[in-house]
Design a protein around this ligand. Sequence first.
Ligand SMILES: [Zn+2]
Length: 260
Amino acid sequence: MEVQLLEKDKETDKVNFILKDSTPAFANVLRRIMLWEVPVMAIDEIEFKKNGSILYDEMIAHRMGLVPLTTDLKSYTLPEKCKCEGKGCAHCQLKMSLKVKGPAMVYASDIKSKDPAVKPVYPKLPIVKLLKNQTLELEATATLGTGKRHAKWSPGHVYYTYLPKITVHDNPEKLAQFGDKYPPQIFGKDGKIDRNLISTPALIDACDGVCDDLVKVEYNPNSFVFYIEPWGQLPSKKIVQQAANVLQEQLDEVTEALKQ
Ligand SMILES: [Zn+2]
């Protein structure tokens, strides 16, 4: 098995990599662990002190739960694996507070965290608008959790495709016949199909099977292109590393159970 980095967007931290010489079963295990078993922090409980806003407590709680929080996996453990046995302590929980008086827009940046390592990823995320004399005051508890329980604990969007091999042929006769069946984005300035422009899974899919004498798409059944789009709680590299750790832990558990 081999992993090869394809592309990394410095601004969004989106990463594409190739997983070579593997199996569909393993690729899917990796995807599922990244989506649902890599833990991140999210607000899970809120105690409202004052809510004069137009939104119900439940709606504000829901919005705040979905605010991505930067996550420090070294300092926190999952409540179910914590020494406190899920009762809640400084190793699995973090208290946060918010107090805003209107008129004002309440932003994620108004959530004050006691741990500088855990704070909203996007400070300008709006939560609710307050009019004059409206106040929002609350205390929130963030915990580590996994996407298996709720999507708010998912570290990002992860998907993969089989690794495509794309061959483009210069065939003016077929181009005249089938040219309008292809997406316009794949044509260069010279009006010919440009191999480099067939770059996204959607475009590759749109070109597959139209006319093999112009664009031939073949898929390698044992190599995959992974696309990772993190929500920001963890860097994409960490998501992959952590997924490998989780898988290793689960395999160790199986080994241990077999011994018994
Ligand atoms: Zn605890």
